[in-house]
Design a protein around this ligand. Sequence first.
Ligand code: ARG
Ligand code: ZN
Ligand code: CA
Length: 241
Amino acid sequence: PDGSIEIPVAVNVLYRTAAQNISLAQIQSQIDILNKDYNGLNSEYGSVPYYNSVKAAVGIHFVLDTVVRKSTTRTSWATNDAMKRTSTGGLNAITPDSVLNIWIVGAMTGGVIGYAQFPGGTAATDGVVIVHSCFGNTGTAAAPFNLGRTATHEIGHWLNLRHIWGDANCGNDFVGDTPLHNEENYGCPTLPHYSTCTGTPIEMTMNYMDYTDDACMYMFTQGQKTRMLATFLTGGGRNGF
Ligand code: ARG
Ligand code: ZN
Ligand code: CA
């Protein structure tokens, strides 16, 4: 299905302040970033260090389908999916079997900036959640999460990607061409940053599935591409798309 996958996107905006009711321009800026990051069209793609030979243009396109807006008095949301149901103060998902739902919230408890549901979960809560100030690259988007890479990362999870460090010291991310990492990386690491795991590889801190700043993550690998595209096959959990 390489190159032929088109994902309709519904953006569900839950705002308390006027600023949190993000503009259509901010929403569209995020869609544009996804179309770059998932197709090797981001500005950094031509100059990936160390891992140029495994970088991948995934071949998935995103199209803005629906925007729904709702005012709320809630200042903060937990990662318990309350924002995904009208009955708990949120907004119900729109046809989640064939539309990627994104919920935009003012803030999340614990400083979380986004979270995602993996394939195979409950349809009603399927999709990703992102704090307004980490969405797109204009309007309320704020550094260091102002290049739209939080959505790139969360949609990676939504397409079955694990964190590159496998959520453990030298953990497994089930992708063959990503190196072992000791743990997550933050900020903008000085390169090369070596792992002390088996083989002491250079860590792929520039991968979208690390925790580095938006400006310092800019690639998926061929192995990640294969894993993501497998979700669109029968039984992969995303075959409704
Ligand atoms: N902490 C979030 C998660 O685990 C996402 C972090 C995204 N990083 C970024 N530079 N935007 O899903
Ligand atoms: Zn993550
Ligand atoms: Ca790996």
